[in-house]
Design a protein around this ligand. Sequence first.
Ligand SMILES: O=C(O)C1=C[C@@H](OP(=O)(O)O)[C@@H](O)[C@H](O)C1
Ligand SMILES: C=C(OP(=O)(O)O)C(=O)O
Length: 460
Amino acid sequence: MGAVKEPRALQIFNTVGSSVNENPTPRRFTATAPLTGRLRVPGDKSISHRSVMLGAMAVGETRVTGLLEGEDVMATAAAMRAMGAHVEKTGAEWRIHGVGVGGLLQPDSALEMGNSGTSTRLLIGLIASHAITANFTGDASLSKRPMGRVIDPLSAMGATFTTSPGGTLPLMMTGAEPAVPISYQLPVASAQVKSAIMLAGLNTLGITTVIEPVPTRDHSERMLRGFGAQVDVGEEAGERVIRVHGQAELTPQRIEVPGDPSSAAFFMVAASLIEGSDLLIENVGLNPTRAGLVEVLREMGANIEETNAREVGGEPVADLRVRHAELRGIDVDPAVAPSMIDEFPVLFVAAALANGRTVTRGLDELRVKESDRLSAMATALTAAGARVEETADGLIIDGSGGEPLRGTIGAPVITHLDHRIAMSMAIAGLVTKEGVEIDDTRPIATSFPAFEALLDEAMT
Ligand SMILES: O=C(O)C1=C[C@@H](OP(=O)(O)O)[C@@H](O)[C@H](O)C1
Ligand SMILES: C=C(OP(=O)(O)O)C(=O)O
């Protein structure tokens, strides 16, 4: 290991669900030193959202430790409060008093979803089987994202919608009680769509079925079972079939949220790329439906060692020791995409420094995230000096063979209100001769408020 440092705790910056600072906060990121010591990434965003939502649907008190206190999860918490649940922090613990399945109250005002696709789509699902009307609003990024993918199946269950042109936010929905159980085959690999239908199934008499041709993150399945719902998961004709039995009764739980592999990803790539790095990232969730990046980086030659493997909150977790290694370009198997869907922006940074060519395909979904992540990363990495070709569904990147990138010092990177573009290009700045300037670091608070503090500390 490098220099021994004390573990760093997650710092809480903003727990109110909106950016405190009104003005853009640009910053230039440059490498000051290798990444060494140990750090702990914040709680998993997907599991945090679901902890708050399911806690709010149980009768009694759910207690959660390690909850991610990023803006997205705080948007979920605010929405559940607006519909009758109590969601409060006491000491290090979040306590949620739920209303019970079927007990959501009509919110007085619009549910403000900020930047969060997960909050929006899962809550639309949850409300779809309650006899209430809710308005959903979001920021400029979220207001462009497609909602038809949840509106279609939930309309079949009986919910009604009035949307903005193009099926986007702002939208108004009225749930159906009783809702009709459906059997629905997902047309896109999306855990958000799967979860929206499963959550609607909670207050729907009968069996609601979702068929997944490609497996996506399975936190909803695991957690709903943990809360006592009957959820059958099987494989039929090569597809995953998930059946939710309604109406469910959820019993309150104690949940310890594991660290977010999507946040650890930035540090895995930075430590791999920067010579002399030797970093221990503690408590990283390694659910197989989320751990694709670790496998892909290893295939590229990364030195990632798993230690202290254990279970936290029903999820596999380990500490990851990451040491600098020379990376080589690879063809990334499109089948791995769902298990690292949010990690592609930072994988592209790794590819830009690898030896040889990295080819990615099958990534159409990246075009409908907080930004068009294929286009945003192609533009930003090219400006940083990388050789990148954008295709219809991926990027082809010819790596520098470990040489620092030499971009033109021009306009700052445009992050398009996308936290992952901001953090990925911050990491790119560490391996670019003159560094990289990010136009606005505020979006980082949506998923990883402590990112800059942890990065600065890892490099001291
Ligand atoms: O279910 C979830 O918690 C998530 C699912 C993924 O979205 P899609 O389902 O749209 O792929 C992912 O990108 C998002 O960050 C979180
Ligand atoms: C896509 C993401 O989140 P969401 O869809 O919840 O906005 C993400 O965190 O990268």
